[in-house]
Design a binder for this molecule. Sequence first.
Ligand SMILES: NC(=O)c1ccc[n+]([C@@H]2O[C@H](COP(=O)([O-])OP(=O)(O)OC[C@H]3O[C@@H](n4cnc5c(N)ncnc54)[C@H](OP(=O)(O)O)[C@@H]3O)[C@@H](O)[C@H]2O)c1
Length: 309
Amino acid sequence: MATDSKAGSTTLPTTIVLAGSTGSLGLLIAYHLRQRGATVRALVRPSSSASAEAESLRLQGAEVVETDYSSVADLTQACQGADCVVSALSGLRQVIVDAQTRLLNAAVAAGVPRFIPSDYSADFTRLPEGSNRNFDLRREFQQRLDQAPIQATSIFNGMFMDLFTGQAPLIQPAIRRIVYWGSADQPLESTTMVDTAAYTAAAALDPTTPRYLRIAGDITTVRDLQVIASEVMGQPFKLLRVGGLGVLETMIKVTKTLMPAENEVFPPWQGMQYMHNMLSGQVSLPTLDNDRYPDLHWTKVQDVLPKRG
Ligand SMILES: NC(=O)c1ccc[n+]([C@@H]2O[C@H](COP(=O)([O-])OP(=O)(O)OC[C@H]3O[C@@H](n4cnc5c(N)ncnc54)[C@H](OP(=O)(O)O)[C@@H]3O)[C@@H](O)[C@H]2O)c1
């Protein structure tokens, strides 16, 4: 129990139900929730209950609850008495729309006041339907969320900064090029996975969050990336413009035809759709809520790039 010094009374710590707790982001959210003193009820599928990730959650003091995501009754039981449900699930329709809807229905049935869906992305609210399969699924869930009697908060963090040299390889150290399409002056928002998790934990414990929270650890144009990469890696980088955004659209269509991989969450063409959305400016963040929790630190792009050898 924690003591509320103003009232002089004792209050129970806030209980957060965390779905997708064994995932990369989920584990980090659990860590930051525990750091903030929350009681964490970590939902795991029975198949993941003995995993190293579940064990790590237990060691951190989370209550690991084996849950059948196909059962609203099971999920409702798991949500009893919670203050907020945080989803960090990852998947396609059966997860983002179907499993999250059952989780939402369970949260409502259990009387949980707040729900944070598994968005953690660029701001897809102004994006036309069909521009990005994974965002379309999130929007479909959002329509259900917005009709439910629960306070919803989505967190938009741009791209995970960790991807700049990984799955979204704009920065190509081997050829010392910044590869891009469209304009080299389009601002691109990115946030590390760790900073997103720390912010999500703070938001989960904040009963007054609005419908959307927008954050960016850094905002950099392709031209900024050229300067940063050159400085950090100690080698001059050049820009390599593959073509306009129309060329990228054609590349997406060709890649999707040759390598459909429809059952993969992030096939190559999906990552290319994400890059197109970012480089077109359609998913840029109009305002930022970075300062809402002043204790948080923001990692910059220069901090995640490999330093000169
Ligand atoms: N903004 C960006 O650039 C960016 C990049 C990457 C990810 N994200 C987003 O971050 C969020 C978390 O992604 P992540 O990379 O942490 O995912 P992840 O590591 O793949 O973890 C996914 C989690 O979902 C659970 N899960 C998967 N399928 C399930 C199902 N059918 N039923 C129930 N649980 C299921 C997994 O449980 P098990 O352990 O049991 O499999 C795991 O806990 C997602 O919304 C993702 O789109 C954003």
